[in-house]
Design a protein around this ligand. Structure first.
Ligand code: NAD
Length: 457
């Protein structure tokens, strides 16, 4: 049985039956058997179901937000924000699937008696192994376009967001998605690896680099579409001409929103020496104003971490930074109460010998480092195995674009951070993953092109 724990008080909320090898096999068979008929249903019908799903998420917002908060500890206002943003994300897919997946005639030349055309076929049955930190976002980035494109989906929510995963399945069924076309699979890592033993036609994973490597190895012999959306160590650079207060407030939110448990959280900050002290002052003021407390309270900004083991990772990074000479300006340890609470923690005078500047913290911990030029900042921003997002704060657009063009990351932010747009591709480089979701790339990801060479008669 899978125990669902409330991270705010460590009590058990529910127990769920975990899938076994045989139930996964049976679910795969159902998904396989249903897929062709689903692909043949008119796109308009699939679009209607997804539109209805969107409406149901909105109708059920309070109940869904409360479930999400109970199992992940996400502050309720942030759980509502996640659900509120679903409308815009789903609208993008509703508005762009038909045109993106339509046939494209690239040549039609009666004189040569030649037509060349591209059509798009669904992959088949896809495995969607998902994370807990934004289960609505990272799940729907995969299953919404996958379903619209005519695939069946075996959806394994994270073991830390399983109630939300089941609530998503209920909403999809109530919206008209057949029960054999979208099938949740409940369990932890061993359940995920069991799922990958099935002959699925695509593997779409969101999670850590360490697990991503295992997923890639399991998927390799299948020779199927593989996408991995992994972690990050995302930098922000504050130039000497930046609006210092605005940059401090923006990056503090980028570092601490969702308790720093976002793949695109700001994880390290480089500040030009000319404005370093002023920036640090504003940053600390902002962090000290964050309301820490019960995640069910509307006013709470920092709740508990979702997973207990992350507390030790943060403690290790704190000890390492202290030992190597970083200066602790606030926080630094667990909060003495029930639940997985950790103080918002800020180090200054950090350097790249420290784990907190190199390894994903995925928690309320940030290091700030002084730099004296754009070139130095750029070299440090690129001194990482990860490549998800990077940001720069300056009044000078051409300066920003010059630096960002040289940063090896999938997303580039000018005067902003920790931002995702459904209109833009979401992709990582290096240890941050392969492939793209969102945008039209994130629709094409769920189909395979067929090239038609037609000799006209
Ligand atoms: P995780 O890697 O621990 O788990 C992710 C999923 O993989 C879970 O469903 C888990 O049960 C499953 N899993 C674990 N071992 C498996 C195995 N051997 N075979 C198959 N499945 C297995 O990650 P997490 O803690 O859920 O998420 C946090 C990580 O995800 C962070 O690194 C974060 O940066 C990253 N993330 C990335 C993005 C992105 O878009 N790039 C978005 C959200 C989260």
């Amino acid at each position: 049985m899978l125990k669902i724990i409330n991270p705010a008080n460590e009590t058990q909320i529910r127990e769920l039956e975990e899938d076994s090898a045989s139930s996964i096999q049976e679910k795969f068979n159902r998904a396989k058997a249903s897929q062709k008929a689903w692909a043949k249903t008119p796109l308009s019908q699939r679009l209607n179901s997804i539109k209805k799903f969107k409406d149901l998420l909105s109708d059920r917002k309070e109940q869904l937000a409360s479930t999400l908060t109970s199992e992940t500890g996400k502050p309720i206002s942030q759980a509502r924000n996640e659900l509120n943003a679903m409308g815009g994300r789903i609208d993008f897919f509703l508005n762009h699937t038909e045109v993106t997946l339509g046939d494209e005639i690239v040549v039609n030349d009666p004189t040569q008696k030649l037509e060349e055309r591209i059509s798009h076929e669904p992959l088949g049955v896809v495995a969607n192994i998902s994370a807990w930190n934004y289960p609505y976002f990272v799940g729907s980035n995969v299953f919404v376009p996958a379903l619209l494109a005519g695939n069946s989906v075996l959806y394994k929510p994270s073991e830390f967001a399983s109630l939300t995963g089941l609530a998503i399945a209920d909403a999809l069924y109530d919206a008209g998605i057949p029960k054999d076309v979208f099938i949740p699979i409940i369990g932890a890592g061993t359940t995920g690896s069991e799922l990958l033993k099935q002959p699925v036609n695509g593997v779409f994973f969101t999670g850590s680099y360490a697990t991503g490597v295992k997923i890639a190895q399991a998927a390799a012999p299948k020779m199927v579409k593989l996408q991995l959306e992994l972690g990050g160590k995302d930098p922000s650079y504050i130039c000497d001409d930046a609006d210092v207060k605005a940059a401090a407030e923006s990056t503090a939110d980028g570092a601490f929103y969702n308790n720093g448990q976002s793949c695109c959280s700001v994880e390290r900050i480089y500040v030009h020496t000319k404005i370093y002290d002023a920036f640090v002052d504003h940053f600390i003021k902002t962090v000290k104003n964050f309301v820490i407390g019960e995640p069910t309270d509307d006013k709470t900004y920092i709740g508990p971490l979702t997973r207990a083991p992350q507390l030790q990772i943060l403690e290790r990074q704190v000890a390492d930074a202290k030992a190597k000479g970083a200066k602790l300006l606030c926080g630094g340890g667990r909060i003495k109460r029930a639940g997985f609470f950790f103080e918002p923690t800020v180090f200054v005078d950090t350097n790249h010998s420290m784990e907190l500047m190199r390894e994903e913290s995925f928690g309320p911990l940030i290091g700030i480092q002084r730099v004296s030029s754009d070139a130095e900042a750029l070299a440090l921003m690129n001194d990482t195995e990860y490549g998800l997002t990077a940001g720069i704060y300056t009044k000078d657009r051409s300066r920003a674009e010059k630096v960002l063009a040289e940063v090896n990351s999938g997303s580039a932010y000018w005067n902003c951070c920790d931002r995702v747009s459904p209109r833009l591709p979401w992709s990582g480089r290096g240890h941050s993953g392969v492939g793209s979701t969102l945008s039209t790339y994130g629709i094409q990801a769920f189909v395979q092109p067929k090239a038609w060479h037609l000799r006209l008669v």
